[in-house]
Design a binder for this molecule. Structure first.
Ligand code: BLA
Length: 509
């Protein structure tokens, strides 16, 4: 049997495919001589003659020298593509010219302009209306739902989804707007290998890609190696970049005829994608792509604002609960350990949890649902010995790192703990119960790919049939604000403990 190495997916150099999608023409120009040194794409359809215009001056194709063309447009050529203008190459077709610099050459992409142009007034009006609709949505899921709906209305794709990445690189469909006759993909999960690492990295830098027709024949760059740089052409920022054949097969297996995706970026991290499908070919002209990019930006900003607001509100709530508890603690008589044990139920408010335990030199007290005293002691010993390098210690899958916890995983699959003192061991442990989760995968996630017909190649899974998996041993995860609440609690409890000991010493003197 052939073995499958999914790491191969991460290794495919998708930025140097050596070919383009043939709905346009790509010309590589040496800026010093303005000579065309490489070309690919639909020469006949766009330029009107089949032989690539190699070794010719680009001015002969555009009708005026590139430098003049760029100057007239008032733009500058950089690594980020810009719209330079449109030219009429034959009596019929207007062609959009998009240009950028890469590795000391200029890359021009020529695409047929749409028959009916959208006016700037129209597009700006749309952007304003979409911005307002996203802002008016009451919460994050409904913001995403609105974005899917609006982007579908703007572009006409059959299905528009907001796809969110999870920590392990897998992801799920958080919102969807689709043609009524299509089945829903809402809440379906997809394994990390469906969008491999290098693709996710590229999508962070280049935020939109379109495959107008998955049945295209890639058109190779001629010559294959760029004579000006002696290297393969880096097409990271090219709209016409030919797509990974594995991904093309994936889309065909899904019954998709055209695809577009727009990155959702938050704090320099790829948060998700707006993923669009169409059953038949679907061209997306430059100006519409720019509008979609803008929708992606607005959605990214909305997501950041809403997540930040939520974290802030939560942090405030936790701080209030902590202040209240510390007043109680300060009023209590005697050593801090005793006060903590006595007021254990109130500790549940400091960090929202199902149970709490205070373990002080082998003595256990607590409140809510928690493991037995012996089990808590075992856990505290383990934390003080091994687990406690990280303080606060937080996990939403305790049995994965502490095997004895398998026995009490229904009570405590989540643990947030802080080692208030190590000399006289004092550990506070908050627990969260198991939340068994049924995950609906689109196809078997343990077999995201199958061996291809050629040895050593992969082909994506053919079936996206729903595959239910029940995940055990996990709790609701601890948020950053909750972990921070435990950290702050540790700081103040430590200080209060010191003060108490000093007071006691003073009294004894
Ligand atoms: C790229 N995979 C992608 C892209 C998406 C997905 C959105 C970006 C390109 C595009 O816009 O079409 C995956 N599409 C999805 C998912 C949904 C969707 C999850 O609509 C959910 C609804 N793919 C595989 C395997 C490999 C693989 C096994 O299934 C590797 C062996 C690779 N996917 C792969 C590669 C790319 C990709 C290499 C990059 C394509 C490119 O940009 O060249």
């Amino acid at each position: 049997m052939q073995s499958i190495d999914l790491n191969d997916c991460d290794r495919e150099p998708i930025h140097i495919p050596g070919a383009v999608q043939p709905h346009g023409v790509l010309l590589v120009v040496d800026p010093a001589s303005e000579e065309i040194v490489q070309a690919a794409g639909d020469m006949k359809g766009i330029l009107g003659h089949a032989p690539p215009p190699l070794s010719r001056r680009v001015g002969e194709v555009l009708g005026l020298p590139l430098e003049d063309f760029v100057r007239a447009a008032g733009v500058e050529l950089r690594a980020e593509p810009v719209y330079v203008g449109s030219v009429r190459l034959s009596a019929r077709d207007e062609v959009d010219v998009i240009a950028h610099r890469r590795d000391r050459v200029v890359i021009l992409e020529l695409e047929r302009a749409p028959a009916a142009r959208l006016s700037a007034a129209h597009l700006l009006g749309e952007m304003q209306a979409i911005g307002a609709a996203l802002e008016a949505a009451p919460d994050l899921p409904r913001t995403c739902q609105t974005a899917a709906h609006e982007l579908r209305r703007l572009t006409g794709f059959d299905r528009v989804m907001v796809y969110r990445f999870l920590e392990d690189g897998s992801g799920y469909v958080l919102a969807e707007d689709r043609a009524a006759e299509l089945p829903s993909f809402l809440n379906h999960h997809y394994p990390a290998s469906d969008i491999p690492k290098q693709a996710r990295e590229l999508y962070l830098r280049n935020v939109i890609r379109v495959i107008p027709d998955v049945n295209y024949m890639p058109s190779p760059l001629r010559p294959p190696v760029c004579p000006a740089t002696a290297r393969s052409l880096d097409m990271s920022n090219c709209a016409l970049r030919s797509v990974s054949p594995i991904h093309i097969q994936y889309l065909k297996n899904m019954g998709v005829g055209a695809s577009m995706s727009v990155s959702i970026v938050r704090d320099g991290v790829l948060w998700g994608l707006i993923a669009c499908h169409h059953r038949t070919p679907m061209p997306v002209p430059y100006e519409l792509r720019q509008a979609c990019k803008r929708v992606g930006q607005i959605l990214s900003q909305q997501i950041a604002a809403r997540e930040e607001a939520e974290a802030y509100t939560q942090a405030r709530r936790l701080a209030d609960a902590r202040d209240e508890f510390l007043v109680t603690l300060a009023r209590a008589e005697g050593p801090i350990e005793g006060a903590l044990a006595e007021h254990a139920p109130e500790l549940l408010a400091i960090v929202p949890s199902d149970g709490v335990a205070v373990c002080c030199g082998g003595q256990v007290t607590g409140a809510g649902h928690r493991p037995s005293d012996d089990e808590v002691r075992g856990l505290a010993d383990w934390l003080l010995r091994d687990g406690g390098a990280q303080d606060p210690f937080a996990t939403d899958r305790l049995s994965g790192c502490h095997a004895p916890a398998l026995a009490y995983r229904t009570l405590a699959s989540g643990l947030l703990a802080t080692m208030v003192s190590r000399e006289e061991p004092l550990v506070v442990l908050w627990f969260r119960a198991e939340r068994a989760q049924v995950i609906e995968w689109a196809g078997n996630p343990h077999k995201p790919a199958e061996p291809g017909s050629v040895l050593g190649t992969l082909t994506p899974r053919a079936s996206f049939e729903l595959w239910r998996e029940t995940v055990h041993g996990r709790s609701r995860p601890w948020t950053a604000a909750e972990v921070d609440a435990a950290r702050r609690f540790h700081g103040v409890a430590l200080e209060l403990g010191r003060q108490r000991r000093l007071e006691q010493l003073n009294r004894q003197l």
